[in-house]
Design a protein around this ligand. Structure first.
Ligand code: NAP
Length: 343
């Protein structure tokens, strides 16, 4: 293509985009708007304007989004914090199609996944029909999965993947302990680690939930004190968090690694942590934070799922109109896995 044609095409495309944008200025969409702690029964859909795109940002037509523990924390209390934009449309991830690429280089209709970077906290997130998102947190995705299956992937699988491979350096033959296995992240980590050729021991703090960990090699009731009870654990994924991480450090053998990724136990920081005494000699402690996803990793995950014929672990699916019920399922903990909402 010569330069003239390219300019002509880009002018035409800009005109098309700008017509589309103008058409959208007065159009409305449905979204969840939060400005205070909100129990599930008070979650409603409001009508708000479709956001206008701007340089560096892209407008995504949300097809489905997964729900996360951190959104529950936001909705029930963190919303009070000064650093949260208010009102805010929550939702730290979604999958959908590009509605307006702005200056990003994406094309209209392109399949994408988006996550993190302040989404649903510092700027509006995905509990909406459209989301205006920073282009650097929107990733092209090739996948034959349905929208609802795809929606279970971005945040949960990216976090599991980063924790297991970047932080724990997981390899075939490792014995992995997953503490707090009965959450979306736990189920995803079990699935990935088994496919990667590892032995998996997963824990739950509720005896009734032991059967939910059937995909692991061993399901263990977490009494709060597990140090010294295992032999041969080389890696540990800590999802209960600071509440049990000191104990988890005593669950891995010398040379083992513990990655703290979760905070399910409701304790967010360690007070009085003494690295000299609390980390056994030759044991390594690391942590994973999903705030900086990359397209390469996101696509690698979809390719891995495809190659191993894995269906993302979805606990429950809800229509966007029933977002209140999805939030109630989150609060009751009854979903047993990733809650996905289709829009
Ligand atoms: N570091 C990061 O970047 C990152 C990214 C994503 C998620 N996370 C964290 O990873 C954890 C899992 O997230 P998620 O979205 O997968 O959670 P989720 O699916 O919403 O799971 C919540 C469920 O975890 C279960 N759970 C298991 N062990 C628990 C324990 N000891 N105490 C309390 N609840 C427990 C609870 O069910 P039962 O009590 O009935 O078993 C609860 O219903 C969260 O702490 C989240 O904040 C961190």
């Amino acid at each position: 293509m010569n330069a003239e044609m390219s300019v002509e095409m880009s002018t035409e495309m800009n005109a098309e985009v700008s017509t589309k944008m103008n058409a959208k200025i007065n159009s409305k969409m449905k979204a969840v708007l939060l400005d205070r702690p909100t129990p599930a029964e008070d979650v409603v859909l409001s009508e708000v304007p479709v956001p206008e795109s701007r340089p560096g940002w892209v407008l995504v037509k949300v097809r489905a989004f997964g729900m996360n523990h951190s959104e529950q924390i936001l909705r029930l209390g963190e919303i009070r914090a000064d650093y949260i934009q208010k009102p805010v449309i929550p939702g730290i991830e979604c999958v959908g199609e590009i509605a307006d690429p702005s200056d990003s280089g994406f094309s209209v209709g392109q399949k994408v996944a988006a996550l993190m970077g302040g989404m649903g906290r510092s700027f509006h997130g995905s509990y909406a029909q459209y989301a205006l998102l920073p282009a650097r947190h929107v990733f092209a995705v090739e996948s034959a999965l349905s929208w609802t299956d795809m929606a279970a992937v971005p945040e949960t699988y990216f976090t599991a993947w980063g924790s297991l491979f970047e932080c724990l350096r997981l390899k075939a033959g490792d014995t992995l302990l997953i503490r707090g296995g009965t959450c979306a992240l736990g189920y995803a980590a079990i699935q990935i680690a088994k496919a990667a050729g590892c032995k998996v021991i997963a824990t739950t703090h509720r005896e009734a939930r032991l059967p939910l960990l059937a995909a692991a090699d061993e399901a263990v009731l977490d009494t709060g004190r597990l140090a010294g009870t295992f032999r041969g654990v080389t890696k540990a994924l800590e999802l209960v968090g600071p509440k049990t991480v000191k104990d988890t450090l005593g669950c891995v053998e010398k040379g083992g690694i513990v990655c703290n990724t979760g905070i399910l136990g409701g304790v967010y920081a360690l007070n009085g942590f003494d690295p000299i005494k609390d980390i056994p000699n030759g044991v390594y402690l690391t942590g994973f934070y999903s705030n900086n996803p990359e397209e390469k990793t996101i696509q690698e995950i979809f390719t891995f799922l495809d190659r191993h014929h894995l269906k993302p672990a979805v606990g429950a699916k809800y229509d966007f109109e029933h977002i209140k019920d999805a939030c109630a399922a989150q609060d009751s903990g009854g979903a047993n896995g990733k809650i996905v909402v289709y829009v």
